[in-house]
Write a protein that binds this ligand. Structure first.
Ligand code: SF4
Length: 335
């Protein structure tokens, strides 16, 4: 069975037409899917019984609940979804005092092989469809509390850019879920073709995983640096004249690797002169990893130095470490 959920308005109109239904049925189906939240085609009561039967012969809604949840002592929840392909993905709900964020996956596994990331170490399984991406939001038990979504879960969004863009269109369109672009951040290591498409077609916020200002060192941490050097990524971003989007840089801090004064100074040189933000992220030790987290005072000094040089820098608080839900820890290790 094919899924209706995750189709754009244009695709729903086309699907309705293929089934011999009038074009306006596509808009009606979008309303029921994305506004009223149906889980069964038979709930579309303004379509005739015959029309519903025709649709049901080929489609299902494609909305399904998580199959498992792990709850951290800090309130973070890690949900597990089973995809149609038989693969699994995780998403992480992070409640805070004034906001609640969902960290979404865009692929099962990842082919980018970043050395500090459990998802990367497990290799690539499959791309998620736009419906499978959106279902993580739509079927979240805490959906009504959500204020933000970040594409920072399993996978590299720009390596699945067409489905990611479709999910962003539905998430932000009037016919769809209707969120503001400002509520959504898409993270990437900088795959240039995907990034170019993203910059042209979405106004959502962007986060670039940097982790080192030095090419060779970054390549050792993130092999994709070889094909997509950070300087090329920066060039592309600097030419982004399509939107006023917020752009931030993610910087995981590894003790004795990328947390020296030399690194801080090189970051200032690389990123100064733009309205960029920097998020310093505490590393979470993963099994068999040669890396260890920088200590608190090193991170604090690093942050203060960057701020003193005019780079707006914060330290992102660490959440869900006890349930393997923190940054770089998603892996389905227990399956
Ligand atoms: S950090 Fe992101 S891009 Fe790198 S391997 Fe992990 S999921 Fe993939």
């Amino acid at each position: 069975m094919k899924s209706l959920f995750g189709k754009t308005l244009e695709e729903l109109v086309a699907s309705a037409s293929e089934k011999g239904l009038p074009a306006f049925s596509g808009k009606q189906i979008a309303d029921w899917l994305y506004k009223k939240g149906i889980s069964d085609i038979n709930e579309i009561t303004n379509l005739s019984k015959k029309a519903r039967e025709m649709l049901s012969s080929e489609y299902e809604t494609g909305v399904y609940p998580p199959i498992d949840v792990h709850i951290s002592s800090d309130g973070t929840k890690k949900y597990l979804y089973r995809l149609n392909s038989g693969n699994f993905v995780e998403s992480v709900y992070i409640p805070e005092i004034d906001r609640a964020t969902l960290c979404i996956s865009s692929q099962a596994g990842c082919r980018m092989a970043c050395r500090f990331c459990m998802t990367g170490l497990q290799g690539f399984k499959t791309n998620l469809s736009s419906g499978e991406i959106l279902n993580q939001i739509w079927s979240l038990p805490e959906k009504d509390k959500l204020t933000n979504a970040v594409f920072m879960g399993m996978g590299e969004p720009m390596d699945n850019i067409d489905e990611v863009l479709k999910s962003l269109e539905i998430l932000t369109s009037e016919y769809g879920i209707g969120w503001s672009h400002k509520r959504i951040t898409v993270s990437t290591i900088g795959i240039l073709t995907g990034l170019e498409k993203f910059l042209k077609n979405s106004q959502c916020r962007l986060a670039i995983s940097l982790h080192s200002p030095f090419d060779e060192e970054r390549r050792k941490l993130m092999p994709a640096q070889k094909a997509f050097p950070i300087k090329e990524v920066l060039k592309l971003i600097e030419n982004d004249k399509y939107t006023q989007r917020r752009i931030s840089f993610e910087y995981i801090m590894f003790a004795g690797v990328n947390d020296s004064q030399k690194h801080a100074m090189a970051l200032v040189k690389l990123l100064s002169g733009h309205d960029f933000r920097i998020n310093l992220i505490r590393f979470h030790k993963i099994p068999d990893s040669p890396f260890s987290p920088s200590d608190e005072s090193t991170m604090e000094n690093f942050k203060n130095y960057l701020n003193s040089k005019g780079l707006l820098t914060t330290i992102r608080s660490s959440r869900g470490e006890d349930i393997f839900a923190a940054c770089g820890m998603l892996s389905l290790q227990k399956l």
